[in-house]
Design a protein around this ligand. Structure first.
Ligand code: FES
Length: 174
């Protein structure tokens, strides 16, 4: 029995350490359900996505049902339950961007980062490429967003230069 207690205690302390950052975020926002979206936003900033085990942990820590937490995480497009790369490249394919050539830019990006057909994230977890609707900067069409930075009037040549700069900063051969 005592041995079981020791094992449980060890497991609990491991869980606490593992989710230490999540606990800090929950503490900062409080455990009310209205804080859930902010908590999920911050957790996603930390991990770049919302791992399933963390969503389960958040539900337990906030005394909410897992269905509530998963429901919010899957309802809002801003949340991702899939791992994303270090650089998330969003290509706008809204009307203005589409007519001004977002497709060739999209193709150039996918080729430059080496994305296989049907995949959105590179195997090295460096790049995630997503097509989105209007990014709200139609006057700059076609528009690409890399993490929080917006790039306007993109061409395949221009986006290749930007990606090469990123790769250089990452210390990689072009
Ligand atoms: S359509 Fe691309 S920013 Fe609006």
């Amino acid at each position: 029995m005592a041995e079981l207690d020791v094992k449980n205690e060890a497991r609990n302390s491991l869980t606490t350490r593992r989710f230490a950052r999540v606990n800090e975020i929950i503490e900062a926002h409080g455990k009310s359900q209205s804080a859930l979206i902010h908590i999920l936003q911050e957790v996603q900033e930390e991990y770049r996505y919302l791992p399933e085990e963390i969503l389960t942990y958040i539900a337990m820590a906030m005394e909410l049902s897992p269905a509530t937490v998963f429901g919010v995480a899957t309802f809002y497009a801003q949340f991702s339950l899939e791992p994303k790369g270090k650089y998330v490249i969003k290509i706008c394919d809204g009307t203005a961007c589409h007519v001004r050539g977002s497709n060739p830019v999209n193709e150039a990006i996918r080729e430059r980062v080496g994305l296989a057909e049907g995949k959105n994230t590179t195997d090295d977890m460096r790049f995630t490429v997503e097509t989105v609707s209007c990014l709200g900067a139609c006057g700059l069409a076609p528009v690409v967003m890399i993490n929080d930075k917006v790039y306007g009037q993109m061409t395949p040549e221009a986006i290749n230069i930007i990606i090469d700069q990123i790769l250089e900063e990452e210390g990689e051969e072009k």
